[in-house]
Ligand binder design. Structure first.
Ligand SMILES: *[C@@H]1O[C@H](CO)[C@@H](O)[C@H](O)[C@H]1NC(C)=O
Ligand SMILES: *[C@@H]1O[C@H](CO)[C@@H](O)[C@H](O)[C@H]1NC(C)=O
Ligand SMILES: *[C@@H]1O[C@H](CO)[C@@H](O)[C@H](O)[C@H]1NC(C)=O
Ligand SMILES: *[C@@H]1O[C@H](CO)[C@@H](O)[C@H](O)[C@H]1NC(C)=O
Ligand SMILES: *[C@@H]1O[C@H](CO)[C@@H](O)[C@H](O)[C@H]1NC(C)=O
Ligand SMILES: *[C@@H]1O[C@H](CO)[C@@H](O)[C@H](O)[C@H]1NC(C)=O
Ligand SMILES: [Cu+2]
Length: 617
């Protein structure tokens, strides 16, 4: 079929939707609770020169800007997102963390839930906002997330939804202030940024046969700067792990960009692969050139009607590679929701944020001031930090401004022992759901590099190696769906419980931020050493102390345990309730592109019938 005829179905849908009114409610309605859906968004994707950190390059823009507009939605709404691909590349858009209950064809994963959207084409995503909280959308095609194709999603909870705020305060005025803040959360998309577009990164990666692990700047809602540090400042940020890597290459310092030198990646981390670091331009790892794209400011003003001021911020880890420590100088924050779902709030000064994570925080404000919002990389590949500003003003313009001091340093470490980090282990859901005491199936997944440092397997084989069983059509389109288990495919039955154990096949191995599409999972256990049991059920019987089946954290993404000296394993459990084809993958873009993914066919016995317009386009 030609592109034109093959796309008629969704084209018709798209054209129809264009004539309907689109609610561009961004910033307008503050209390969404009574507004009625469906909520429609029109996103035009273009490829243009733009300079988020002051350095102009070609990148993806959404409706002419970066990041894309926030999709502000009420829980329960029908949502329609119409994209127009005016980029010279194929694309798809994924709604990260959105469960796509009964609409798996709108999950936006090429090859799994849809065909790629060609240049010039439009595509309509339709789904129901069954959940509440902080989510985000991003490209799921090639490296386009790294090219800036992303934006925030805010879903306002139903009025009947219980909140965790009474754990923060029992005082009526405080609770009123908190509720007011939580109704109007400010999304803060945290990103890492490169000066070369992802197609070029791919070319260079393949030529050099190694991962390009050096970035240029850190962005806050699409704004940041390239800061070139003095050799002393770089030296002060070197971690023990970085020092070990440098020593093994007989080197003493990071590059002027703060990166592990390319020879370290080429000779030490690439494990004997035939690398060509000399083919990489010096600008990628070495030469630092300062530039500025301005500073993101979250402005908060106290009004006379409000005796107390709080602000809610939805942190989104829109990183392509890095994991950071997040902190606001001199301000303690309450983490009250994780990956969109309320938790028993934790009062902390620092949060580790990795790819795909969402942390909703409430910040109590007392003294006027400009508080640096600080992030710093904790990955050994580079030392980099950046700031935005939380600017708070009271009615008294003459009030002296606070002089905030940092809780974290350039290496993302606490400045002293009093700094409390958010604890995933201690994360307690506000509304814990019952977890089955045993699972029907247990899948071991052996994470490893398979070849060069950029070629990764979530389970022994690079994705999509064996999915080709189905030919080139998206997995969702097959009826009846074949029951396939292989290194890159997991198949389950509806209403069963599934365990997955992520095992580090090699040591050392960095943590991998694993994200599952379609539903959240519970992190039920972790351990060090070989996973010697035949299933998670057996491991639970043998070493119950390593497991929590009572009140474990529930999320749509987890970082696997790092393996520094010994192997580690991380076990998650989930309930199959939403049949469909879902991707399970590492959210580091170079790892995903390198093959670190597995296709999951959840509920093959109740496989969804894909609507005609999503089949015949
Ligand atoms: C774009 O998508 C079409 C249709 O799926 C496919 O044939 C083509 O190979 C894709 N192009 C690229 C560069 O991936
Ligand atoms: C580092 O130096 C030592 C001693 O000169 C040498 O044996 C080793 O091969 C060097 N390692 C690298 C990676 O150059
Ligand atoms: C707060 O006040 C400043 C200065 O008057 C103004 O520029 C800014 O837009 C205000 N911010 C909000 C969120 O009202
Ligand atoms: C699955 O992984 C194992 C272990 O690495 C390997 O021996 C086998 O060839 C893989 N199977 C396929 C079909 O790639
Ligand atoms: C992962 O690969 C191993 C072979 O290395 C295989 O034994 C295991 O069944 C695979 N896991 C899944 C979920 O297929
Ligand atoms: C799958 O199982 C869940 C949980 O029992 C159930 O609510 C749902 O209706 C089932 N889905 C289908 C398509 O049968
Ligand atoms: Cu990874």
């Amino acid at each position: 079929m030609g592109a034109a005829s093959r796309n008629t179905g969704v084209w018709l849908l798209a054209t129809l939707a264009t004539f309907l009114t689109f609610a561009q409610a961004k910033g307008g309605i503050k209390d969404f609770a009574d507004a009625q859906g469906p909520r429609k968004f029109d996103l035009t994707l273009t490829w243009e020169v733009f300079a988020p950190d002051g350095f102009p390059r070609e990148m993806a823009l959404i409706n002419g800007g970066f990041p894309g507009p926030t999709l502000e939605i009420n829980q329960g709404d029908e949502v329609e997102v119409l994209i127009h691909n005016k980029m010279p590349y194929n694309t798809t858009v994924h709604f990260h963390g959105i469960e796509q209950y009964l609409t798996p064809w709108s999950d936006g994963v090429p090859g799994i839930t849809q065909r790629q959207v060609l240049p010039g084409e439009s595509f309509l995503y339709t789904w129901t906002a069954t959940q509440y909280g902080a989510y985000w959308y991003h490209a799921h095609q090639a490296g386009q997330l790294d090219d800036g194709l992303y934006g925030a999603i805010t879903i306002h909870p139903k009025k009947s939804q219980a909140t965790p705020f009474s754990h923060i305060s029992k005082d009526d005025a405080t609770l009123q202030a908190i509720n007011r803040a939580a109704r109007d959360p400010r999304p803060l998309l945290l990103g890492d940024w490169r000066h070369i577009p992802s197609p070029e990164v791919q070319d260079l990666t393949h030529k050099a046969n190694m991962e390009l692990s050096c970035y240029d700047s850190l962005l806050f809602n699409g704004k940041g700067s390239v800061e070139c540090w003095s050799p002393e400042r770089i030296a002060a940020a070197v971690s023990d792990q970085q020092e070990d890597y440098l020593k093994s290459a007989n080197l003493t310092s990071l590059t002027p960009k703060g990166c592990l030198p390319r020879v370290v990646i080429a000779d030490i981390i690439s494990d004997g692969a035939d690398t060509h670091p000399e083919t990489i331009p010096a600008s990628v790892f070495d030469v630092c050139a300062a530039s500025s794209g301005g500073k993101e400011v979250i402005a908060v003003n106290k009004t006379t009607e409000e005796p107390l001021k709080w602000v809610a911020i939805d942190l989104v880890g829109a990183y392509g590679l890095l994991t950071v420590t997040f902190s606001i100088d001199s301000l303690s924050v309450w983490v009250y929701a994780v990956d969109g779902e309320y938790i028993i709030p934790q009062l902390v000064q620092a949060i580790t944020v990795t790819n795909g994570d969402r942390y909703s925080i409430l910040v109590p404000l007392t003294a006027a001031g400009d508080y640096p919002i600080r992030v710093a990389s904790v990955l050994p590949v580079m030392a980099i930090s950046g700031t935005a500003t939380l600017s708070y003003r009271t009615e008294d313009p003459a009030a002296p401004l606070a002089a905030p001091t940092p809780y974290i340093n350039d290496a993302g470490e606490a400045v002293d022992g009093s700094v409390v980090f958010f604890s995933v282990d201690a994360q307690k859901q506000l509304e814990p759901l019952p977890i089955a005491s045993t699972a029907a199936q247990s899948f071991p997944l052996y994470m490893r590099t398979v070849g060069a440092s950029f070629e990764w397997a979530l389970n022994s084989s690079k994705f999509p190696a064996a999915v080709i069983d189905w030919g080139t059509e998206p997995v969702i389109l097959f009826h009846p769906q074949p029951y396939v288990q292989n290194n890159v495919t997991i198949t389950t039955l509806n209403d069963t419980w599934i365990d997955m154990v992520f095992i580090t096949a090699d040591v050392p191995m960095p943590p991998h931020p694993i994200h599952k599409h379609g539903n959240k999972m519970w992190l039920i256990g972790q351990g060090t050493g070989e996973f010697t049991w035949g299933s998670v059920n057996e491991a639970i019987a043998a070493i119950p102390g390593n497991f929590n089946l009572v009140d474990p954290p529930r999320r749509d993404g987890f970082s696997t345990a790092a393996a520094t000296d010994a192997k580690t394993w991380t076990a998650v459990r989930y309930h199959v309730t939403n049949p469909g084809a879902w991707l399970l993958h590492c959210h580091i873009q170079s790892h995903l592109l390198g093959g670190m993914a597995v296709a999951i066919q959840d509920g093959v016995d109740h496989w969804p019938l894909v609507p005609a317009e999503y089949v015949n386009y």
